[in-house]
Design a protein around this ligand. Structure first.
Ligand code: UT7
Length: 333
């Protein structure tokens, strides 16, 4: 039976990338690596670095851009969701800082932590408040200042990550567009594969924890790589199948941008043609919760998103977490 609930559709998209570029050549001066190795093994040529400002700075820029694009006022926003693993501080939530900085006096606000899956998790969460009729406008932002938690001397991570933010405005669809379906997963038994141990209640910050670098992100690169390829393809195909669709029906597949080889292997497993896949990892790198909305925003600017298009957003990240959202594109600004 068809659902009578309104669908949440994206009515505006925005991104923010800091100005400073950190190239592979720059990294060659810090760690034992090469431009050639990084390009070949990851597809990344450069990443952006935010100097002197926290994550909320980027998230606020995105929020202001969403209001401008949609032509609405901060008081029109009911809820602000920020997906991040690099909040400005442990308390308060970065979403509350954004709420204050844009003057969204009627909105409630909270952060959501699902690492690289954060934006897809937050999108699906925010959409529920639109479908239920509880809210009219929900802002969903993915923002990470990865340079704040990346060990500049760890060549297995410092080459991968960058800083950036993106976001969308969700409203009830009037044109049949919007979130069609989603499939989300978590498996905490993979907690050791990708983590930042220090600074929480398990390993509170001490001189020793800082000396040991527990405040930096660490990963089992090869394990995460294999997991990402398997799960991104699996969840994407499963979601398509239960909606009686195939990969060939997709107009645009927007995957988390972790590694060009992960994206290519996922697309290959799904049987997607390269024109169906959005990639911008070369100049943006892995911005964690920022990747999917930044890629969506660039796709819109490039004319790759048209009303009526079938779009799939899929991500995998620390937790471990993974999931996919299927949308009919509307008329987003
Ligand atoms: O959003 C989720 C976040 N994390 C990820 O997505 C990570 C997923 N994993 C990856 O992207 C890849 O595993 C990496 C890019 C991290 C590593 O690539 P790889 O092809 O899996 O390399 P590897 O770890 O198997 O290492 C191969 C070799 C090793 O040398 P030996 O032992 O063969 O002599 C590494 O020490 O490459 C070496 N290596 C490097 N060499 C130059 C590792 N990192 C670098 C580097 N530059 N930056």
């Amino acid at each position: 039976m068809a659902s009578t609930q309104p669908r949440a559709t994206i009515t505006a998209v925005e991104r923010f990338l800091p100005e400073r570029i950190l190239s592979n050549k720059d990294l060659e001066k810090v760690v034992d690596t090469s431009d050639e190795w990084i390009r070949e093994r990851t597809g990344i040529a450069e990443r952006r670095i935010l100097d002197g400002e926290p994550t909320s700075y980027m998230a606020t820029k995105v929020a202001q851009g969403l209001l401008r694009r949609r032509g609405c006022h901060a008081d029109d926003i009911d809820l602000i969701l920020v997906a991040t693993i690099t909040p400005d501080m442990v308390l308060p939530a970065t979403a509350c800082l954004v709420q204050d900085q844009i003057g969204a006096s009627k909105a409630w606000a909270f952060d959501l932590l699902a690492a690289c899956s954060g934006f897809v998790y937050a999108l699906v969460t925010g959409a529920q408040f639109i479908s239920s009729g509880a809210h009219k406008r929900v802002m969903v932002i993915g923002a990470d200042k990865m340079s704040a938690i990346t060990d500049p001397h760890d060549r297995s991570t410092c080459i991968l990550f960058g800083d950036g933010a993106g976001g969308v405005l969700l409203e009830a669809a009037e044109d049949g567009s919007g979130l069609i379906d989603f499939e989300m997963h978590a498996d905490g038994s993979g907690r050791d594969d990708l983590h930042v141990r220090g600074g929480g209640s398990a390993y509170p910050a001490t001189h020793e924890s800082v000396d040991e670098g527990l405040h930096f992100i660490r990963q089992e690169g090869r394990t995460v790589f294999k997991f990402a390829v398997q799960r991104m393809a699996e969840v994407s195909l499963s979601l398509l199948q239960r909606n009686e669709l195939t990969a060939q029906d997709l107009d645009l597949f927007v995957p988390h941008q972790a590694n060009r080889r992960i994206i290519d292997a996922t697309a290959n497993r799904m049987g997607l043609a390269s024109e169906q896949v959005m990639t911008n990892i070369e100049h943006v790198a892995n911005t964690t919760a920022g990747t999917v909305p930044i890629a969506l925003s660039e796709a819109l600017d490039e004319g790759r998103l048209k009303p009526g298009n079938l779009v799939q957003l899929t991500a995998v990240g620390g937790g471990l977490t993974w999931g996919s959202a299927l949308l009919r594109w509307g008329n987003a600004a």
